[in-house]
Design a binder for this molecule. Structure first.
Ligand SMILES: *[C@@H]1O[C@H](CO)[C@@H](O)[C@H](O)[C@H]1NC(C)=O
Ligand SMILES: *[C@@H]1O[C@H](CO)[C@@H](O)[C@H](O)[C@H]1NC(C)=O
Ligand SMILES: *[C@@H]1O[C@H](CO)[C@@H](O)[C@H](O)[C@H]1NC(C)=O
Ligand SMILES: *[C@@H]1O[C@H](CO)[C@@H](O)[C@H](O)[C@H]1NC(C)=O
Ligand SMILES: *[C@@H]1O[C@H](CO)[C@@H](O)[C@H](O)[C@H]1NC(C)=O
Ligand SMILES: *[C@@H]1O[C@H](CO)[C@@H](O)[C@H](O)[C@H]1NC(C)=O
Ligand SMILES: *[C@@H]1O[C@H](CO)[C@@H](O)[C@H](O)[C@H]1NC(C)=O
Ligand SMILES: *[C@@H]1O[C@H](CO)[C@@H](O)[C@H](O)[C@H]1NC(C)=O
Ligand SMILES: *[C@@H]1O[C@H](CO)[C@@H](O)[C@H](O)[C@H]1NC(C)=O
Length: 450
């Protein structure tokens, strides 16, 4: 095993923790141990709801000479140092049914057969990739929504369950450390391939960082191919090292977001938002002092939120414990740690009936917390400071900080409002899209060379 000295020290900690025969978040790594079907936990985060199937059916993919516009070539390039890689393509077809595309191009429609407990899909869903340095190309022959292409060093397990209203796909879960796929090294890209032939695909680090993936989308209109290079090949190790450093410096359990797999090596890193769903208490007070100070400061100063729309700049101020913004339909109570990690609860939950000002303030205010820019010079206008000013003061979102440091081209979301940026500045989203796509190429294990 090739490893840095510090990482080897981690592996030592990892193997000693494993002897404890329990999953530890106690000042160390988290250990994943793949369990059996009885260990599958169904949550909304790992279930894709599909419409009901009567019987397992298998349909042949449409022929390659189909003149319809639904024939998206998907090239899968193996750039991985390690074991053999399998890909899995899943999504919802135009009827909302769960469908996989197998190695031969067959469409596989798995059924739960009415089972209220998960049952494993027995079909061979794996698409084995050729050896390192080679690629294979297959065609996506139907429109798909909620699409994912998974890649795994080994074999992933997928399950079906009767959701009450249909057949649900139970996907591998990163925050169940006994999930049957949990100790394996895997990751996915997400995509939507619309009926009109348009393609949207992204790589996200909002939930976790796993197997390293990059994408190139070429188009038929001859424009420059779009590239999301993603993270450096060794990013999972380096992220674990960065979190180890952070734990060493502030005592918070950042290192426990680093998950060790069956080989004793890190396989993935959970974002704080996912981590807190398992260990809510660990970061409960993390943002407390910062939030209090921000609220105190903006009791006597104005926070200007540039909506970056025709609504212009909105002024906000704290009074009586709540931040109020002009023309906003409601105020913002102090956020808690879970609110800041998720940007989707408490003051950051956008509700039906919220006006356009509110919908514009939420992402910008949450991004300002995540990046800890509210109390630094210039931070009273949001967003106005570019990425050079993000994550510079504690407390901050160190997972997001380190993910961005490890990105080859700075692109790919590390939290859900990572696309908030001063006008005309960086595009940090890892999205590629085209109304007229030619080929989507996914690199597994390491980004393509420049
Ligand atoms: C799937 O359906 C179930 C039951 O109808 C529901 O509880 C769950 O929230 C749905 N999940 C998602 C991701 O929409
Ligand atoms: C193309 O499709 C037609 C039917 O639509 C079929 O008869 C023909 O054999 C196909 N050609 C090839 C090369 O598959
Ligand atoms: C071509 O594909 C479309 C779906 O994209 C399908 O509806 C149509 O029947 C196919 N035609 C042939 C000749 O296979
Ligand atoms: C559902 O039943 C069919 C027919 O017996 C079977 O082929 C299929 O594998 C079952 N589905 C699952 C997910 O086991
Ligand atoms: C994919 O479609 C192209 C034509 O669009 C065809 O040349 C190629 O053989 C198809 N590949 C597979 C694996 O079916
Ligand atoms: C990523 O792609 C999926 C599927 O198209 C979509 O549901 C999701 O919203 C996208 N995420 C981002 C951040 O664009
Ligand atoms: C962690 O700290 C060590 C020692 O200070 C340093 O050499 C290393 O670059 C740091 N790693 C990261 C990813 O920050
Ligand atoms: C201040 O907030 C408290 C409770 O949060 C509320 O009871 C009180 O009416 C508020 N005062 C003003 C002046 O808004
Ligand atoms: C951010 O802005 C400063 C000037 O305020 C500039 O010097 C720096 O290069 C910018 N950084 C990025 C990443 O654009």
């Amino acid at each position: 095993m090739h490893c840095l000295i510090l990482i080897c020290a981690f592996a030592g900690i990892a193997s000693s923790l494993r002897l404890n025969a329990h999953i530890s978040n106690d000042r160390g790594f988290t250990i994943a141990q793949s369990g059996g079907i009885g260990d599958v936990v169904i949550t909304k985060f790992n279930t894709l709801n599909g419409t009901r199937h009567k019987k397992m059916s298998k349909a042949k993919s449409y022929g390659w000479n189909n003149t319809s516009r639904h024939n998206l070539p998907l090239e899968l390039y193996n750039n991985h140092n390690g074991g053999s890689i399998n890909a899995y393509i899943q999504g919802l077809d135009s009827d909302g049914a769960i469908v996989f595309i197998d190695a031969k191009g067959n469409l596989i429609y798995p059924s739960s057969n009415g089972s209220l407990t998960p049952i494993e899909i027995k079909n061979d869903l794996a698409i084995p990739l050729p050896p390192k340095g080679e690629s294979l190309t297959l065609n996506i022959s139907i429109p798909l929504t909620s699409g994912r292409v998974y890649f795994c060093d080994g074999h992933l397990k997928f399950f079906m369950v009767d959701t009450g209203s249909g057949d649900g796909l139970v996907q591998p879960s990163v925050n169940n450390f006994r999930d049957p796929s949990s100790s394996l090294n895997w990751g996915f890209i997400e995509f939507t391939y619309l009926d009109n032939g348009a393609l949207y695909a992204n790589i996200s680090y909002v939930d976790f960082v796993g197997l390293i993936l990059s994408m190139i989308l070429s188009t038929k209109d001859g424009s420059t191919p779009q590239i999301t290079r993603g993270l450096r090949p060794n990013a999972v190790y380096e992220l674990c090292e960065g979190l180890f450093n952070q734990t060493t410096s502030d005592g918070y359990l950042w290192l426990a977001m680093c998950v060790i797999g069956e080989t004793g090596d890190p396989v993935r890193v959970l974002s704080p938002n996912y981590y807190q769903r398992v260990y809510a208490a660990d970061f409960e007070d993390y943002w407390q002092d910062y939030v209090d100070t921000v609220w105190e400061y903006y009791s006597s100063h104005t926070l200007a939120i540039n909506t970056q729309t025709s609504l212009g700049t909105i002024e906000c101020q704290v009074s009586n414990g709540t931040m109020h913004c002009n023309e906003d339909n409601r105020g913002y109570p102090k956020p808690t740690a879970p609110d800041i990690w998720s940007c989707n609860s408490g003051p950051f939950e956008v509700q039906e009936g919220d006006n356009h000002v509110h919908a514009a303030v939420v992402p910008r205010l949450c991004a300002a917390f995540v990046r800890s820019t509210l109390l630094i010079q210039g931070g009273d206008v949001q967003p106005s400071l570019n990425s050079s000013y993000h994550y510079r003061v504690d407390p901050t979102h160190h997972y997001s900080r380190i993910v961005h440091e490890l990105q080859v081209d700075g692109r790919g979301y590390a939290f859900s409002y990572d696309d908030v940026n001063p006008n005309g500045h960086e595009d940090v989203s890892g999205l590629v899209s085209s109304g007229n796509p030619d080929t989507l190429t996914v690199y597994v294990g390491a980004p393509p060379p420049y």
